[in-house]
Design a protein around this ligand. Structure first.
Ligand code: FAD
Length: 423
């Protein structure tokens, strides 16, 4: 059979995989169940406002994702993402900024000059961070709480545990120490710019999935929107996909659905049954984003602030990043036990250091299964499966990062590469 590839799922992993296959000159069809590309990082239209399903932030270390965005927006990258040297301001008690020194000196200097810590705490933080960056033990069965046990309570509360919740979307009591160490090393153990924060300046679908799909079509590929794949039938010489409007046979496929949707497609395929069982055992963590419109004249003193003592960990000023004057996004990660009035509480967190006035419009988006719980010892599958014609892409496949845009795009490139090698 002439090579013909189907990619199931138009999230960041699927769009990356499909584009990589198409750029190698192979025919590819991308199937997406919903009417919008981007999956868990997509644009959402709410009452005339262009929003995202959740406020996202990227790290300078996300090299695969950043290269791809740059390639897809050659003339406009500066406007697609806003690069900020790492600063964590949590008024009124704490702030931390990395000065322009080579890594990891910038982290150590940042900790030694942090505001809100005494000298004992600063030294304890710098020594511990230095040891973590050089730690070679496997840490496989430790949680982040166990890893940070020797650190003063204040450092855990202000720094290490919020960092864990934001990066792994998993509470420190159950989060993997190994993955936490890997994220800290990726951000602080390489080049200085790896710890930069990058804020999207446009909606998430427009940042990567939509231009990737447009390029795919230019290359002769096909994108089938609102087209859910309902069944796979795997034979030795090809894979048949079934959708609401019939079936089609492909030489190879990439399954790029979220892990919670994998079992339904994989379980009936004999070669994928143990994979379906393994991924079917994952647990998930929610992320809540609350959008609040204040007077358009209101702006925060910086594009984002960390928040203490409440359900939200961050507040972002979409006026500064997206030109949506007066619109703030409050983010609560690992948000399993949110109360019904969590957004009221998040607004009170903000009012400790800003006076935005009364809210004019508010909406909450809660992604219940935002990411898998990144727990110690979690088995993450490789992109190659036990079936030689079926490949995986997605933020849950094996890799150094937790569930992030970078793990999604890295897996997309790897999956396409492994598939192309088989042709
Ligand atoms: C609220 C929120 C905030 C986040 N914040 C950050 C952040 O700040 N930084 C960061 O790096 N990451 C963040 N993440 C994580 C990041 O969004 C995900 O890791 C990434 O988007 C996963 O991409 P994916 O392509 O692997 O999976 P998905 O995005 O889940 O894509 C899977 C796609 O498959 C489609 N699909 C499913 N079943 C079928 C089927 N049968 N047929 C056809 N299509 C199907 C789905 O509709 C979906 O489009 C956040 C996630 C959420 C939800």
């Amino acid at each position: 059979m002439k090579p013909a590839v189907a990619v199931i799922g138009g999230g960041w992993a699927g769009c990356t995989a499909a584009l990589t296959v198409a750029e190698a000159g192979v025919a590819v069809t991308l199937y997406e169940a919903s009417r919008t590309l981007g999956g868990r990082a997509r644009s959402v239209e709410l009452e005339g406002r262009s929003l995202d399903n959740g406020q996202h932030i990227l790290l300078g270390a996300y090299e695969q994702t950043l290269q791809l965005i740059e390639r897809l927006h050659p003339a406009t990258t500066q406007h697609g993402l806003w690069r900020l040297p790492l600063t964590l301001k949590q008024p009124p008690d704490f702030s931390f900024a990395c000065p322009p020194l080579p890594a990891p000196l910038h982290l150590l200097a940042g900790l030694l000059t942090a505001r809100g810590l005494n000298w004992g705490e600063k030294l304890a933080a710098a020594r511990w961070a230095h040891a973590l960056l050089n730690k070679t033990d496997s840490l496989d069965h430790l949680s982040v709480s166990q890893l940070t046990r020797s650190q003063p309570e204040k450092l855990c509360r202000l720094l290490w545990h919020p960092l864990c919740v934001s990066a792994l979307n998993t509470p420190p009591q159950t989060a993997s120490a190994r993955v936490f160490r890997d994220v800290v090393c990726a951000a602080f153990g390489g080049r200085r710019h790896h710890s930069d924060l990058l804020l999207p300046r446009r909606d998430l679908t427009a940042l990567l999935p939509a231009p990737a799909a447009a390029r795919l079509v230019e290359l002769g590929g096909e994108v089938r929107m609102a087209c859910r794949v309902t069944a796979l039938d795997a034979a030795a010489d090809g894979i048949t996909l079934t959708t609401h409007d019939g079936s089609a046979v492909y030489s190879h496929i990439v399954v790029a659905v979220a892990p919670q949707h994998l079992a339904a497609l994989a379980a009936p395929v004999a070669a994928l049954q143990s994979l379906a069982g393994e991924v079917g055992a994952y647990r998930y963590q929610p992320i809540a984003t609350g959008y609040v419109q204040y007077d358009p004249a209101f702006r925060l003193a910086a594009p984002l602030f960390a928040l203490a003592g409440g359900p939200a960990q961050f507040v972002f000023d979409r006026g500064q990043s997206h030109g949506q004057a007066g619109l703030l996004a409050f983010v609560a990660s690992a948000a399993a036990n949110l109360s019904a009035d969590w957004l009221d509480e998040a607004e009170i967190q903000l009012q400790r250091f800003a006076e935005p006035g009364p809210a004019r419009w508010r909406r909450r988006i809660i992604e219940k299964n935002a990411t898998y719980a990144c727990v110690p010892g979690l088995a993450r599958p490789a992109v190659c499966t036990a079936h030689p014609r079926i490949f995986l892409a997605g933020d849950y496949t094996a890799g150094p990062y937790p569930a992030t845009l970078e793990s999604a795009t890295q897996s997309g490139v790897q999956s396409a590469g492994a598939l192309l090698e088989k042709l």
